[in-house]
Design a protein around this ligand. Structure first.
Ligand code: UD1
Ligand code: MG
Length: 471
């Protein structure tokens, strides 16, 4: 076994294998102005899944064939692959032919697959490379056994079991349609055979040059066609329609959710928990249903997240509790609780033990350890010191009549009375207090009490009892 494996590895290292990802099609069946490969699956464009597979699979930089809306697709590819333009999308055979100038002299084997197969695994690609590197014939293919055809081409075999052709669903006879061996759309070609064959391709009944027709050519030349067959149906979902996209979404979700459960995260209802692949979650955290964890979100240990929460690109410490809330680019230290119905926007930083209750909104602000903001408040462009209490309905009026945003600085142990309007720019000293319904337009010194509209300072004496009151 090991010797065979070593043989495979060593022989593959001396063979130059190029990988080509076909991504030029519009994806007509998606009914979309967006190129198919830019549609997203678990938050990432299909193109990225193909690149993840392509980078490192062969010993040459992968090549992507682009066409429809090529600039947008190229932007997504960045410098992860070389790009070849197929100006008119005349079929998969024509698409591969466009890479001839780049690869004809440079590669011994050409691995090809379609960018609309995001669930393929490196294992499948490596298997077909291995089979082809030991095949005397010019091509190896991947087939799948499945009763759900998903519009795939059928693999036609002779009475002796040799592959003879791939017939597209639209061209298949009734008898061929009943074949349950499907063409996955992954091929590994011998380069010295491929390019002349591509030049000789004839258009199919719909005018497209089918890459799949090369299988029939090889068979007619009595050449051996290598085959790797898979029954892993959840790895071969090709995206041609939005229904396929939803199927793939379920498959990816299952993969991601299972992997988190295996790593010590409780998901109460995995079918209704949406975690993007870029997210990380700590041990013994519980994620409740209808929760969406997106982008570069990092969640600590022993948290309870959800139900009904959306968290994007946020960093959350240990033992936090987020209920029915929306977080975007927020940072939460340990032991913070938010919600129900909290909204933390970009630049929110909540230090340890902060409590944000129902209908609290925070943007671009730092709230120090133990700050409490229990009900219906808005804090924007503010810094709030430790243990300060923001009363129900209090608002930082940060948007001035000059159309600029202004900051509010609030000290430690401050008591902001219910419904206080803090008209920025403003500084509220530590241990200061405001009466209910005050409109504070001028800075308040440490320990003072202000009330009224506009607020006047009515005491400069510190009242330690008030500052420590809860809720
Ligand atoms: C293709 C195969 C089919 C196989 C299925 C598996 C052919 C003729 N058919 O069908 O046998 O079962 O994949 O997924 O190959 N593309 C280009 N340029 C073009 C046309 C397509 O780059 O001119 C790209 C597309 O962007 C896509 C891929 O090639 O990523 C496959 O094209 P698609 O139209 O999806 O082919 P299928 O009908 O799925
Ligand atoms: Mg397809």
């Amino acid at each position: 076994m090991l010797r065979n494996f070593m043989f495979d590895v060593l022989s593959n290292m001396s063979i130059k294998t190029a990988s080509v990802i076909l991504a030029a099609g519009q994806g007509t069946r998606m009914c979309s102005n967006v190129p198919k490969v830019l549609h997203t699956l678990a938050g990432r464009p299909l193109m990225e899944y193909a690149l993840d597979l392509g980078v490192g699979i062969c010993n040459m930089t992968p090549i992507v064939v682009v066409g429809f809306e090529s600039e947008k697709v190229q932007e997504c590819i960045g410098d992860r692959a070389k790009v070849v333009l197929q100006e008119a999308q005349l079929g998969t055979g024509h698409a591969l032919h466009q890479t001839g100038d780049l690869l004809r002299e440079r590669a011994d084997m050409i691995l090809v697959w379609a960018a609309d197969m995001p669930l393929l695994t490196k294992d499948i690609l490596e298997s077909v490379i291995n089979v082809q590197s030991q095949n005397e014939g010019p091509v190896s293919i991947v087939t799948a056994i499945s009763n759900d055809d998903r519009g795939f081409g059928r693999v036609v075999r002779s009475e002796f079991g040799e592959v003879q052709a791939i017939v597209e669903k639209s061209d298949a006879t009734a008898e061929q349609l009943s074949i349950n061996e499907l063409n996955v759309g992954v091929y590994c070609f011998q380069s010295s055979w491929l390019w002349d064959e591509l030049s000789a391709l004839k258009p199919s009944s719909n005018g497209e040059y089918y890459l799949t027709d090369l299988i029939k050519s090889a068979s007619l030349q009595n050449q051996n066609i290598g085959v790797v067959t898979t029954t892993a149906v959840d790895e071969i979902i090709g995206i041609n329609t939005r229904i396929h996209l939803a199927e793939a979404e379920t498959a990816v979700r299952t993969r991601i959710n299972n992997s988190w459960m295996e790593r010590g995260v409780t998901l109460i209802d995995p079918a209704n928990t949406y975690i993007e692949s870029s997210v990380t979650i700590g041990l013994d955290t519980v994620v409740l249903p209808n929760t969406h964890l997106q982008g570069n979100t990092v969640i600590g240990s022993e948290c309870t997240i959800g139900p009904n929460s959306t968290i994007q690109n946020s960093v959350i410490g240990d033992r936090c509790k987020i209920e029915s809330s929306v977080l975007d680019r927020a940072k939460l230290e340990n032991d913070v609780d938010v919600g129900p119905f909290g909204h933390l926007r970009a630049g929110t930083h909540l230090d340890s033990g902060v409590h944000i209750g129902n209908f609290g909104e925070v943007k671009n602000s730092y709230l120090g350890p133990g700050v409490k903001m229990g009900h219906f408040s808005y804090v924007g462009d503010a810094t709030i010191g430790a243990r300060t209490n923001i009363g129900a309905g209090a608002i930082t009026c940060n948007y001035g009549m000059d159309k600029n945003k202004h900051r509010t600085e609030i000290g430690e142990d401050v008591f902001i009375g219910s419904d206080t309007m803090l008209v920025a720019p403003l500084r509220i000293g530590s241990k200061a207090r405001t009466g209910a319904g005050s409109v504070v337009t001028k800075d308040l010194p440490d320990g003072s009490l202000a009330a009224g509209v506009p607020a006047r300072i009515i005491s400069r004496e510190v009242d330690d009892n008030i500052a420590s009151r809860d809720e």
